[in-house]
Write a protein that binds this ligand. Structure first.
Ligand code: CTP
Length: 371
């Protein structure tokens, strides 16, 4: 933390949120050695300066080492990422431009700021890049394996909303977290990713083409439009199985003679996964299921009926599983294998699914095209 940073937030805030010690001083009291920055420089796998001010960028471009941060940079052995954040005029200033070029020439990776409203009230480039963009850059700097390079992957995510009238709908509790984690991980691993999502407030992962839909029918149309030339489809959306027979064009009203109960007529929605399964050539199709009993039998039945390669099953009765959670406890069910995983983050679950996909794609019988 530089001196300037401490005017924006306190050391205590940073220590509390990161649950890690904060380094501020070049020569901290109580340090057993004066070379702590050399130790830290060798310890990290990657270093990111976010936000990086014009002043810090200028200093590291010149090789100055006049505070803890810049001294650490000079001794660094791992990749360095710099995410500038500053006023638009400072960012555009020829001195800053040149400093950033100098850093790039030295293999420092610059994560450009976004345009928008700035702290100064001005509009323009200078806002710190989105968190997901920073995380993605860190992943790339750490050489996450691009084992899905050149593959086309479709992911569905989120709930669907089935309209009853202009103000009401049938929905479910899916937030889209699992599908978005899959799309992000697949893009990180080099795939071309199309994410078709029902209503979700999660921001689009970097490098992912996002298509927003509302109902099961709209999701089906979007999947059909994206289906040509796919290598892999992962259906993580919680698609409504039923939709009102007809959405009322006007708000449904109650009147004094409305009965105590009303009946809503529903019809089946198209099963998108089955549609892909029927068209399937030698490619990889992954489905999700929520089961609270006879998990493996049910998943295998769906696997066969829908012609999928893997069903990822979760049980919402387990703690830290399924909807809205950041973690998931899943079981993989394939034609000849059942694999139960520990509870873990949805990001890790996504990587396990993609490991399965990558292995499957390597098989010679799966090298054809799915048209
Ligand atoms: N799915 C789909 N289109 C639908 C319904 C489901 O593509 N109209 C996909 C989901 O994205 C998920 C899988 O199919 O990958 C879920 O299969 P499904 O048999 O619908 O599971 P459940 O809804 O849990 O079925 P059931 O209530 O019969 O257990």
């Amino acid at each position: 933390m530089t001196e300037s940073a401490s005017h924006f937030i306190t050391e205590l805030t940073l220590a509390t949120l990161s649950r890690a010690p904060v380094v501020r001083e070049m020569f901290p009291e109580g340090a057993s050695r004066g070379t702590w920055h050399i130790d830290l420089a060798g310890w990290g796998d990657v270093m990111i300066i976010a936000p990086a001010s014009a002043n810090t960028i200028a200093k590291i471009a010149c090789g100055l080492a006049d505070n803890a941060l810049t001294a650490l940079v000079l001794a660094l052995r791992c990749p360095l990422l710099v995410a500038p954040a500053m006023d638009v005029d400072m960012y555009r200033h020829p001195a800053t431009r040149r400093n950033l070029e100098l850093l790039e020439e030295r293999n420092v990776r610059i994560i450009p700021p976004e345009a928008g409203e700035l702290a100064s009230g001005l509009e323009g480039e200078g806002r710190l890049a989105d968190l997901q963009v920073l995380l993605d850059a860190i992943g790339r700097a750490m050489d996450v394996e691009a084992d899905l390079a050149g593959k086309s992957i479709l992911v569905t995510a989120g709930p669907t909303y089935e309209d009853i009238d202009p103000v009401r709908y049938l929905g479910n509790r899916s937030t889209g977290k699992m599908g978005f984690a899959l799309a992000a991980a697949a893009a990180r691993r080099g795939a071309r990713v199309t994410l078709i999502t029902g209503p979700s407030s999660i921001s689009t992962p970097p490098g992912v083409k996002r298509v927003d839909v509302r109902s099961a029918e709209e999701m089906f149309e979007a999947v059909k439009a994206a289906a040509d030339g796919l290598d892999v489809a992962i259906m993580a959306a919680a698609v409504a199985d039923f939709t009102p027979v007809e959405a009322s064009p006007h708000k449904l009203k109650k009147s004094p003679d409305t009965k105590k109960t009303v009946t809503l007529q529903l019809r089946r929605t198209p099963d998108i996964l089955s549609w892909l399964g029927k068209r399937k050539r030698p490619r990889v199709l992954v489905g999700f299921a929520v089961e609270t009993k006879d998990m493996v039998d049910e998943a295998r039945r769906k696997l066969r009926e829908k012609n999928a390669d893997l069903f990822v099953v979760n049980n919402p009765l387990e703690e830290g599983s399924a909807f809205a959670a950041d973690t998931n406890k899943v079981t993989f069910v394939t034609e000849d294998e059942v694999k139960e995983f520990e509870r873990q983050s949805k990001d890790r679950v996504a990587d396990h699914i993609l490991d399965f996909v990558a292995r499957k794609l390597e098989k010679p019988e799966n090298t054809g095209t799915w048209v």
